[in-house]
Design a protein around this ligand. Structure first.
Ligand code: FES
Ligand SMILES: [Fe+2]
Length: 448
């Protein structure tokens, strides 16, 4: 249970708030690159600020304040020029640093434009996503996490805007036992009511859960019924990457704080069949729905189940009314880590997961159990994970996904055939193992 001031400190992300100041040290995805191919200007909102992302005709990305500094028209309707974005109202042109470089209606010899700037932030592309950085100089490197930079893969991106604070999504990732209930027993109940009982393996009991703080965040471990501490789910586990990303199987879930009451959820999926795959021309994006056509919450596949529990906790969960048990130890560890890093940010000290050395940022390989909740990147069962056991993924995500899904299965089939002929698959890097008890280890034994 937290006091109201503590809850505010952990959940408010606007400029000048402690959490807002901390989060402004990190890059966040704000769009799929392919969106700018279709329309080179996109309105975005990040950390409580309304902005406009654009790609100019030279291919440069810009991220500037939404209102034009002249008379406050939205730059969302601006014209991308050879360099910069031009306001639709009187044609003022701004470069990606926010400097006004043309004012066509002002006298030819006016120097007024030299004294007009608009707010401007950094934007960069990686792995089919556009990322934004809204913090102070010097700008840190955009972290090159493994799934963003692997070769011989196909990727796709599912996005959802959720009506809730980002911390609710993150705390769920420090909460292993919900898998057993929400995605196990509750999923059974939902499908039984539809008259299509669908046995799944998510409902296995948790015997023990554990958490280790480590260099990139927190490792989450579990021992489930029928397994021991020798199993990958305990020995290797999978990480929450500080501050706002979960790695699980071949997926990232990135929880981007739009503002205090909204989150842009990015579900980034990578298939690695183990055979050469030509580079993708572009990485497709689709919406992962939370509501059906009647506006009712969807509860019959895994990702939407997570969404609905976050959203139904309220726009900002009232943690002054919660009752944490022993099994919530991971949530407490994560809150303490956030508070510690907020204090460091306030003192101007180095922060977790801020990269400034390119040599350390070639490919950041994250620990990942091979045999776990969402299976490995070699395993096409990820489609089942997203679709929750037997639900046809294209039923949920539509034709674009169906095409990708078929391509992914074809690649895995080809990989299987090559193996059957005695050919070896492309080598994969061994995920690093962070020893249990590495740093600030906490564990809870639930069953004898
Ligand atoms: S309002 Fe933008 S140029 Fe006038
Ligand atoms: Fe979940």
């Amino acid at each position: 249970m937290l006091r109201k001031e503590q809850n505010d400190k952990l959940t408010q992300v606007g400029p000048g708030t402690p959490m807002g100041d901390l989060l402004r040290n990190y890059w966040f995805p704000i769009a799929a690159s392919v969106e700018l191919d279709e329309n080179p200007v996109k309105k975005v909102r990040l950390l409580g600020e309304d902005l406009v992302l654009y790609k100019d005709r030279s291919g440069n990305l810009g991220l500037i304040d939404e209102p034009c500094p002249h008379r406050r028209v939205s730059m969302e309707y601006g014209i991308p020029e050879e360099v910069g974005l031009r306001c639709p109202y009187h044609g003022w042109l701004f470069n990606h640093e926010g400097q006004c470089i043309e004012q066509p209606a002002e006298p030819w010899n006016s120097t007024f434009k030299d004294r007009v700037r608009t707010k401007a932030y950094q934007a960069q592309e990686l792995g089919g996503l556009v990322f934004a950085y809204m913090g102070a100089q010097p700008v840190p490197l955009l972290p090159r996490y493994d799934l963003f930079v692997w070769d011989n893969v196909i990727r796709h991106i599912g996005v959802t805007v959720l009506n809730c604070n980002w911390l609710q999504c993150m705390e769920n990732s420090l909460d292993p036992t919900h898998v057993e209930w929400l995605h196990g027993h509750y999923l059974d109940y939902v499908w039984s009511r539809k008259g299509r009982p669908m046995p799944n393996n998510f409902g296995n009991s948790h015997k023990k859960i554990g958490f280790d703080r480590y260099e990139h965040g927190i490792i989450k471990r579990r021992v489930r019924a029928g397994t021991t501490e020798e199993h990958d789910m305990w020995k290797v586990g999978h990480p929450v990457v500080f501050p706002a990303m979960l790695r699980v199987g071949p997926t990232f879930q990135i929880r981007v704080p739009i503002d205090d009451e909204h989150t842009y959820h990015v579900h980034y999926v990578v298939y690695r069949p183990g055979i050469p795959v030509p580079p993708q021309e572009s990485v497709p994006v689709y919406e992962v729905p939370l509501y059906d056509e009647h506006g009712k919450i969807i509860s019959d596949y895994v990702l939407a189940q997570d969404f609905f529990v976050w959203v139904t906790q309220g726009a900002i969960a009232d943690r002054s009314q919660e009752h944490l048990g022993q099994s919530d130890v991971g949530i407490i560890m994560y809150r303490e880590l956030l508070l510690e890093q907020m204090d460091k940010a306030a003192r101007g000290e180095p922060l977790m997961e801020v990269y400034r050395d390119a040599a350390q940022n070639q490919c950041i390989t994250l620990p990942q159990e091979r045999d776990g909740v969402a299976s490995s990147a070699q395993n096409p069962q990820v489609a089942v994970y997203i679709g929750a056991q037997g639900v046809q993924t294209e039923e949920i995500f539509g034709e674009a996904f169906k095409h990708l899904d078929q391509r992914m299965w074809a690649l895995h089939k080809e990989a299987g055939e090559r193996q059957a002929r005695g050919e070896s698959l492309l080598p994969v890097d061994e995920p690093p193992i962070v020893p249990v008890g590495y740093q600030d280890h906490k564990a809870v034994t639930i069953l004898p």
